[in-house]
Design a protein around this ligand. Structure first.
Ligand code: 5GP
Length: 197
């Protein structure tokens, strides 16, 4: 997606050899026009799939999940929570363990069982795909519910990490709208093509 690639090149930067910072439009400040186009691009990419709801993980996946849900005609969005707040969430949850690449910690992610019915077709949306831990955890929640993963859409795939290959090898339809192929002295290298399935 050219508009996203341009934003990454113009406003993003790399930290060390493996962290991509795009706080200017995706992870802190939100560029709503760009996010709307991201939602439309996911809708186009998954137009052949039956999609009943969108699943993401808090916090940075939520914006793109919302615009994708709108592009599909206002589908429901559910986001997995990273902390268990006893006041708002009882024990009737699906949960999966996820290793956080950015925080280097292991967390449980959870969703209330009542919001993910069995048999529904779920499109997983996230901001980044690195080692695939978040997407695998979300797919595990879908599996526990007896629902079906219609596909996995990520705004930015880090092609130099193993997640994309792993998920595709497992048979998931994975679509990334931009792929960072490497970081050199803070500069981001991007793959040239359109959405990579
Ligand atoms: P994975 O679970 O695929 O290893 O990593 C994806 C998750 O970690 C995403 O939910 C995203 O929030 C975060 N993440 C991984 N790599 C990066 C990165 O380079 N930059 C940012 N901002 N987040 C990342």
């Amino acid at each position: 997606m050219k508009e996203l690639r341009d934003a990454i090149l113009e406003q993003g930067f790399g930290i060390g050899h493996d962290i991509v910072k795009v706080d200017m439009f995706l992870n802190h400040r939100l560029d709503i026009a760009l996010l709307n186009h991201i939602g439309q691009a996911f809708h186009e990419a998954f137009a052949d799939e039956q999609v009943d709801m969108i699943l993401t993980i808090e916090a940075s996946g939520i914006a793109a999940a919302i615009t994708t849900a709108q592009a599909f005609g206002d589908l429901p969005v559910i986001f997995a929570k990273k902390s268990k707040t006893t006041s708002t969430m009882n024990n009737d949850v699906y949960e999966a363990k996820v290793y956080s690449f950015t925080h280097k910690t292991e967390n449980y992610i959870r969703i209330a069982k009542s919001y993910l019915p069995s048999g529904v077709n779920v499109l997983i949306i996230d901001d980044f795909l690195a080692n695939g831990e978040a997407a695998e955890g979300l797919a595990e929640l879908v599996r526990q519910a007896g629902a079906h993963v219609a596909g996995i859409g990520v705004c930015i795939e880090k092609g130099f990490q193993a997640g994309g290959q792993k998920l595709r090898n497992e048979g998931y339809k994975v679509v990334s709208l931009a792929t960072v192929t490497g970081i050199e002295n803070g500069k981001l290298m991007l793959a040239g093509g359109e959405a990579q399935a």
